[in-house]
Design a protein around this ligand. Structure first.
Ligand code: IPM
Ligand code: MG
Length: 355
């Protein structure tokens, strides 16, 4: 099978970790007889520097013309502390999500058996944790208009907007996931305060009758933030709006032991994008120390979701589990005998070649 993959490494550690995802993809393709064809494209601060636009039209075309996008990270401290910056790297990520219609971001959270002791949470709490957060990705306060400042610059505003169809399509996807899993769906919202959350609740309540096998639970986001740390095993499928999903998944990464481990798939109307949930980690950029596994596991999700190649995905996951057992991990997991980013990638590719 020919796999047309757009590579958008982006900023900070993005290029280093995408390199490892490519190594692993190449190894899997060699093993299973596929031909990967890569098209590299600019995004983020590096695209601003080169062409003045964090998501140039050429990059969008490359994404549209590919079967899948492997994305690294976006963000640069040069922009973070400059409230007056006219263009920001993150705008590129949002433009990509918007133009590709990526309304659902699938973020699996699981506890890797060989890493249970790495989590700051007690083993008994997190052993066997396995849930998935379905984060809405193209609506809510990230995209609502108006957004801005008054002329005197003393007042700022963002707008949270959701339309019924946006909630319906992601709820449908979430119910589908629940049907395939343990048939438990939890809607996280703030329906006691927000009108948008009340729309979410109304829509999900209305759809629940169509899925009699799924038990549906409704939880306020503040409570969910606590439950996710205190009783993470109670969750199966969590569906939530854009910003709540952003915050809760960073929190959830604590369960796995490192933010550097969580992959995601963004799916919707056009080409799907596979991206780590973490950011560009500028302090580690170029040092060959970042954990490449979120990117590598995102590549596994790519095989599964973009190409329906389950065995290939399983092979990558098996290689990752084995790397934990072999102690081949970056410094975020083990600071005393850490491997470099590229060494982890090489080890994984080698494992795949030989198993
Ligand atoms: C994420 C990131 C992005 C987001 C940032 C970089 C804009 O935190 O993918 O979770 O908030 O969506
Ligand atoms: Mg985030």
């Amino acid at each position: 099978m020919k796999l047309n993959i757009a590579l958008l490494p982006g900023d900070g550690i993005g290029p280093e970790i995408v390199d490892q995802a490519v190594k692993v993809t190449d190894a899997v393709c060699a093993k299973f007889g596929h031909t990967p064809l890569y098209t590299a494209a600019l995004t983020g601060a590096s695209a601003i520097d080169k062409v003045g636009d964090p998501y140039p039209e050429e990059t969008h075309q490359a994404c549209m013309d590919s079967d899948a996008v492997l994305f690294g990270a976006i963000g640069d401290p040069r922009f973070d502390n400059d409230p007056a910056a006219k263009v920001r790297p993150e705008t590129g990520l949002l433009a990509m999500r918007n133009k590709l219609g990526l309304y659902a971001n699938i973020r699996p959270v699981m506890c890797f058996p060989s890493l249970v002791h790495k989590s700051p949470l007690r083993e008994a709490l997190i052993e066997g944790v396995d849930f998935v957060v379905i984060r809405e990705l193209t609506g809510g306060i990230y995209f609502g208009r108006p957004q801005g400042r008054t002329e005197d610059m003393n007042t700022a505003y963002d707008t949270c907007v959701y339309h019924r169809y946006e909630v319906e399509r992601i709820a449908k996807l979430a119910f589908g996931f629940a049907m395939e899993r343990d048939k438990k769906l939890c809607l996280v919202d703030k329906a006691n305060v927000l009108a948008t959350s009340r729309l979410w609740r109304e829509v999900v309540q209305g759809m629940a009758a169509g899925y009699p096998d799924v038990s549906v639970e409704y939880m306020f986001v503040d409570n969910a933030a606590m439950q996710m740390i205190q009783h993470p095993k109670r969750f199966d499928v969590v569906v939530t709006e854009n910003m709540f999903g952003d915050i809760l998944t960073d929190e959830a990464s604590v369960i796995t032991g490192s933010l550097g481990l969580l992959p995601s798939a963004s799916v919707g109307l056009h080409t799907s994008v596979f991206e780590p949930i973490h950011g560009s980690y500028p302090k580690a950029a170029g040092k060959n120390i970042a954990n490449p596994l979120a990117a590598v596991l995102s590549a596994a999700m790519m095989f599964e979701y973009a190409f329906q190649l389950e065995q290939e995905a399983a092979m990558i996951r098996k290689a990752v589990e084995s790397s934990f057992d072999a102690g081949v991990v970056t410094e975020d997991i083990d600071s005393t005998r850490a491997s470099k980013t590229s060494q982890v990638g090489d080890w994984l590719a080698d494992y795949i070649e030989n198993h």
